[in-house]
Design a protein around this ligand. Structure first.
Ligand code: F58
Length: 829
């Protein structure tokens, strides 16, 4: 074709596409009906809400795909340096509302649906959550993808397409039970299956040493091969045409037939065995505490890392014929240590397959990777038994040994024969079970290592990775986490969104969140205050209705809604919250009538999942239910106190709970929460924080002012001394409430014994006892401020106004400048 011809063709294609994807309400109606009839294959005369949701999503999906294609083409043409974000977990939640809002066509769709006799919100409720992750780390990845797309960064996410996401929590008689989350049951309109994008991933086998022209090289002869097939999930930016890609890998049987089994005639067994390959991407591990040295987990890690690496290298090689420019075109981000085998895999491909010399390959690898740590606890760091790694990935183990050998030699030159230090910094840990320390591997091979809040960075420098910080201080940074205001205000709190835009006179804050500070000057304005309270009321009504349908408990809208929602952990101290509630109950019960009149009514809301094997966390859930049973049925207490456990806490539940909260609790023992991100979502929604000086709350206090929060508890530097004290000064109130639980006041005496033991004097590792008085004081302070409507509303407005720094937009800009070296690459509209 001549260039004139191909230009003509391109123009025709553009015109045709414009004809297809018009966004006026009439065209949208036609499009939805088209999908009802031909995609969902239901009659246009009879389809229910779920089918309407399906048709609607397919219509939105078409629009997403168009932008996603254009973005892909644009990136290809411009060939910018790209970021590849590797994470084993992404908690995306629902996609519909977020997509239409980011595409800028929410109102058009709402109109079109109204004319068809449907309500947008009702259809949006039909969607299930994509829950391919555990907690904070996974939701952070999702927020960061939204920001990368919105800020036009040439980025791509890689992960695993689990068939079963995080378990569903059901509560039976107050106990947590886990049920499988087979989220793909009804199809997933948000993904695009790319059967033609697939790679073979090898496992097991042996390594052979060969030589050619006197140069030695290694050949890995695998024992098992599995196919990785790509599923692409478009991530639309807000106020831009850019839509980036989240590519998730699913395991499928390999095309390379096991001829031998087929030839022996055992056809049925041979087919069944092939199917076993799919196990790799079957299920998400539901433990957010530790890495177990399980073979399947290691397989998942390598499977996703190998497919991603092959994909990245293939894309680079399409346009480049050697690796000189690789680090100028590619940045790898390792989210926690789970994807860190990517480092070894890139090294292996460069030396064994591309046949680069070790030195050259190592130079390249050292410029590619940046590593984010989300952990505080040195014991929690990932260690993989050498035997396991060596059997599954024999060549990788050799390469790790070589990297470690070189590193140890270099280190000896610098620090001499300091064996204690050498031992601590080695990738290989000796012991009864010899293991590979994935964090050490990640630090040694990355050019930057970051913590997720300033306090976390201090802990990494002085405790967790002290030895490495002393060696390479310049590698270490902090990038305080952030969350996306698109999902956490615009999608989840439309009333607040309109109110903010009205008072700021612009919607620009949705892309430039720093503008939220503009609310400060109106914080005392009675008109704004009135409207602000109205918005909170609307959201409280929605939450109260949800609570009533779910638990049958009716709650008063005048009460303070006090919320703690997050994974259940001893360090997050939901137990402190519950013991505080017991104390409140005790006080109410023992008050005279006139004091009762002064009590500020509370609705205490707790939600979160416990890892299935985490006994103490499960007992905390049961205790919450046992206390709720007593308190909520005590007519004498009535509306003064209610306790609600919200089951199956997930992203879409969070979208409803957070906007409806007055107060939220972030009360981890200082030094245990790397950052915390839900606090930022509450802050954006004008909810006041009751918090310890842990993780990013320290920085939040700097932004909103500690006078606008309720801070309490021991500081990080005080924690070690408090732990060492043989018996600390535990207040009588604390002794009393623990005794009530121990003595069976809430029933289940034997069951709660071991829970009570965890906070016994002298054994109270998370310092509930020593922080109890200060916790109660902070709670009392919150009560006092709540009755002062004007002051409370002002603090609430100032919380939202001060939340700008905690947007993932800011975080992504910082990473781009300081770690990745990437620039925006905006697709023309
Ligand atoms: C969380 N980590 C931190 N890990 O606990 C939290 O403070 C921080 O705000 C958040 O990361 C984002 O930086 C976390 O969620 C996990 O879920 C891992 C899952 C896999 C096993 C190890 C923990």
């Amino acid at each position: 074709e001549s260039s004139g011809q191909s230009r003509g063709k391109a123009e025709r294609m553009f015109r045709l596409m414009d004809e297809f994807l018009k966004n006026d309400p009439m065209s949208l109606q036609k499009d939805i009906i088209h999908h009802v009839e031909f995609t969902v294959a239901r009659s246009r005369f009879s389809f229910d809400d779920f089918e309407a949701y399906q048709a609607l999503s397919h219509s939105v999906r078409d629009r997403l795909i168009e932008r996603w294609h254009d973005t892909h083409q644009h990136f290809k043409k411009k060939d910018p340096k790209r970021l590849y974000f590797l994470s084993l977990e992404f908690l995306m939640g629902r996609s519909l509302s977020n997509s239409v809002i980011n595409l800028g066509i929410r109102d058009e769709y709402a109109d079109a649906l109204a004319q068809l006799g449907f309500e947008f919100e009702v259809l949006a409720e039909q969607e299930g959550d994509a829950a391919l992750g555990n907690g904070g780390l996974a939701r952070l990845s999702a927020c960061q993808m939204d920001s990368l797309a919105t800020l036009d960064y040439p980025a791509m996410g890689y992960g695993l397409r689990y068939q079963y996401g995080l378990f569903r929590q059901i509560i039976v008689d107050g106990y947590q039970h886990e049920q499988p989350d087979f989220w793909l049951n009804f199809g997933n309109p948000w993904e695009i299956e790319r059967v033609q994008v697939s790679y073979s991933v090898k496992f097991y086998g042996t390594v052979e040493e060969k030589a050619s022209n006197g140069v030695k090289y290694h050949v890995w002869v695998p024992g098992e091969t599995v196919e990785a097939v790509a599923y692409d999930n478009p991530i639309p930016g807000y106020g831009t045409r850019n839509a980036i890609n989240l590519r998730l890998w699913a395991a499928k049987p390999s095309g390379q037939y096991d001829l031998e089994s087929y030839n022996t005639g055992d056809y049925i067994n041979a087919v069944v065995n092939r199917q076993k390959a799919e196990i790799i991407s079957n299920v998400l591990y539901p433990d957010d505490r530790s890495y177990q040295g399980k073979e399947l987990r290691l397989k998942q890690q390598y499977f996703f890392v190998s497919a991603s690496t092959q994909d990245i290298i293939r894309r680079f090689k399409d346009d480049h014929d050697n690796f000189d420019e690789f680090p100028d075109k590619v940045a790898f981000q390792i989210n926690e240590t789970q994807p860190s085998l990517a480092i070894v895999e890139v090294m292996r491909v460069l030396i064994d397959e591309e046949r680069l010399a070790w030195k050259r390959a190592w130079e390249i690898v050292c410029k590619l990777f940046s590593f984010t740590s989300h952990s505080v606890n040195p014991e929690g760091l990932e260690k993989i038994p050498v035997d396991l790694l060596g059997s599954l990935l024999p060549r990788h183990l050799q390469i790790i040994y070589d990297i470690n050998h070189n590193f140890m030699e270099e280190l000896k030159k610098k620090i001499g024969q300091d064996y204690r230090r050498l031992d601590q910094m080695s990738i290989v840990a000796e012991g009864t079970v010899k293991t590979i320390r994935m964090a050490n591997l990640s630090i040694i091979c990355s050019h930057t290592v970051n913590g997720v809040s300033r306090l976390h960075y201090e802990l990494l420098k002085t405790r967790v990775f002290k030895e490495f910080y002393d060696l390479w201080p310049q590698k270490f940074q902090y990038k305080t986490n952030g969350v996306t205001q698109r999902r956490w205000i615009v999608v989840s709190n439309p009333s607040l969104c309109s109110l903010i835009s009205k008072w700021l006179g612009t919607e620009e804050w949705i892309r430039n969140v720093d503008l939220l500070v503009g609310l400060r000057e109106h914080a005392s304005n009675p008109v704004l205050q009135q409207e602000w309270r109205m918005v909170k009321k609307i959201n409280k009504i929605r939450l109260a209705e949800y609570i009533e349908t779910l638990t049958g408990v009716e709650v008063s809208l005048d009460a303070m809604f006090d919320v703690q929602v997050k994974r259940i952990h001893e360090y997050k101290r939901q137990l402190l919250n519950i013991l505080g509630i017991i104390h409140r109950y005790y006080c109410i019960k023992n008050m005279n009538e006139s004091d009762r009149k002064k009590v500020v009514p509370r609705v205490c809301i707790i939600g979160g999942k416990a890892a299935p094997g985490y006994e103490i966390a499960k007992k905390i859930i049961k205790l919450c239910h046992a206390v709720a049973e007593k308190v909520n049925n005590d007519a004498d207490v009535g509306d003064l106190l209610k306790l609600i456990f919200i089951p199956d806490y997930n992203v879409s539940v969070a979208e409803m709970v957070i906007p409806g909260s007055d107060l939220s609790q972030h009360i981890s023992t200082a030094g245990h929460e790397a950052s915390g991100t839900s606090s930022m979502k509450f802050l954006m929604n004008g909810c006041l924080l009751l918090a310890t000086a842990d993780g990013s709350t320290v920085e939040i206090a700097e932004e909103v002012g500690s006078e606008n929060m309720f801070l309490f508890g021991a500081k990080v530097h005080e924690v070690p001394q408090l732990r060492e004290k043989a018996t600390s000064e535990v207040p009588i109130q604390f002794v009393r409430v623990v005794r009530m639980v121990r003595d069976g006041y809430f029933g289940f005496k034997d069951y709660f014994k071991s829970l009570c033991d965890t906070v016994e004097d002298g054994k109270d590792f998370y310092l509930l006892g020593s922080d109890f008085s200060s916790y109660l004081e902070a709670q009392a302070m919150a009560d006092r401020e709540f009755v002062n409507e004007e002051k409370w509303t002002r603090m609430s407005i100032l919380s939202t106004a001060g939340s700008g720094r905690f947007s993932s937009d800011r975080t992504m800009d910082e990473y781009s400048k300081l770690s990745w070296g990437i620039q925006p690459c905006k697709c023309p509209f």
